[in-house]
Design a protein around this ligand. Sequence first.
Ligand code: BDR
Ligand code: CA
Length: 304
Amino acid sequence: RMRRVILDTDIGSDVDDALALALILKSDELKLEAVTVVHGDLDVRARIAMKMLSLAGAGDIPVAKGIEKPLLMDRPVFWTGHEGEGILTPEDRDLKPASTHAIDLIVSKIMEAKGEITIIAIGPLTNIAAAIIREPRITEYVRDIFIMGGVTRLFNGMNLPYREHNIRCDPEAAKIVFNSGMPITMVPLDVTMKTSINRDDLKVISSMKTPFTDAIVSMVERYLEFRGRDYTWLHDPLAVAVSIDETLVRIVDMKVLVETRGEVADGQTIALPASVREEANARVCIDVDSSRFKRFFMERILRS
Ligand code: BDR
Ligand code: CA
């Protein structure tokens, strides 16, 4: 059954949000109904999303601005300064987002299409938490939510940060979402860091020579320069892929807790095996078939 999707994103800082949006637009299984932006300068983030949609011939999909600061307004907002490079030009100043606030759009879409809407959340969870506060019934009426966020397998031999960006930026919002009862599939950092795209992949994409793929290549190139690396991770695209084909990953039911009052570990996610005492609140991805996912991603991005 086709998924009707709202993408909630901090597009522009890490380039993987743009790649996730591209993957959605190239996937027939997903019908993108709205993009909502979160965290930081939302005019810039909204313009990036609108420009990508218009280059893909999907300029009629609404892009709505949500909430700029974390819920409690006492945590720093992450902003790199390179947001928009590689895609926005001075003329794009005229791109206008939807007049509806992202929270109203999320709530109305879910309430109007009961059981139909899937949220793919690939930024800090501020907008989603605020939508739950505004209309708690969305937790029953949403079809499900796929979250790129958290880290649950710290000791799997990789050099992992113990906190993941999307949860760390707004731990209180994350806690609201994980405690909400929404059907959650969590795609954490320890799994997404097994997926990446490199300069050779970019060469292949650049051979397409469409305005859309040219924009993707130019954004990724800028990002690789910014990071000083020849590869970058496909965190957010993996969350999109799992919403289409969950055989790409291994999933287990777990109880996910979010640390909000730690001295050093605010924003850490702790995932306990589900048991009689620990009722599961999320389906957690614990592994990925990296090479199959990479083929899945590239084959779709190369679709005309
Ligand atoms: C997450 O944080 C952002 O930098 C990425 O876009 C992704 O959503 C990875 O930790
Ligand atoms: Ca992101």
